[in-house]
Structures are given as structure tokens and as C-alpha cells.
Design a protein. Sequence first.
Length: 95
Amino acid sequence: MRSYKTELEAIANDLLTQNAEAKGNENKPNYSNRDFMNATIIFQTALMDKMYDNQDYDGMSVDDRMKMAESCGLALRKLIHTYTGLDTHKVEEFL
């Protein structure tokens, strides 16, 4: 799978630079729901990748891995809903 290392580095550096140089509320990016979902997909992919490494290190069974991945996904959904009011399972909110 492609890692997008170069693209992620460019985006992260650009965001950090914008935030460092912003005056007042200039650093509020005004993400659309679709933009937010795109960022969530990127974060969730990275989170699951690191979770897989942790599961390998712990020698987890396939069943336990699946349960942990599901629990992580549900916790992320709850976190997003709690702080944004968005439900990631309602795809129509992100189109």
C-alpha cells in the first residue's frame, strides 16, 4: 500500500506554518463536512496501522484484533459525534 509520506509531510508542514503565522482567527480553516471526513479517513488509516503494530507486538489473536479494531472504530465515531455533532455512519452528511 502507498504510504503518502511526502504528501502528509507537505500538508502537516503547511498547516503548522499557517498556524504559526496566523493573526486572530486566520488559522480557522473552515473545513466542509467532506473535508473533515477526508481528514478522518487519513487519521483512521494511520490509527489502524499503528494499532496493528501494537497488536503484533502483543501477539494478539485474530479474534481479539477484530474486537479491538471494532472497539476503536466505535470509540472514534463517539468522539467525533460528541465534539462535532457529526455521525460518521451517516454518509449523506459528508457528500
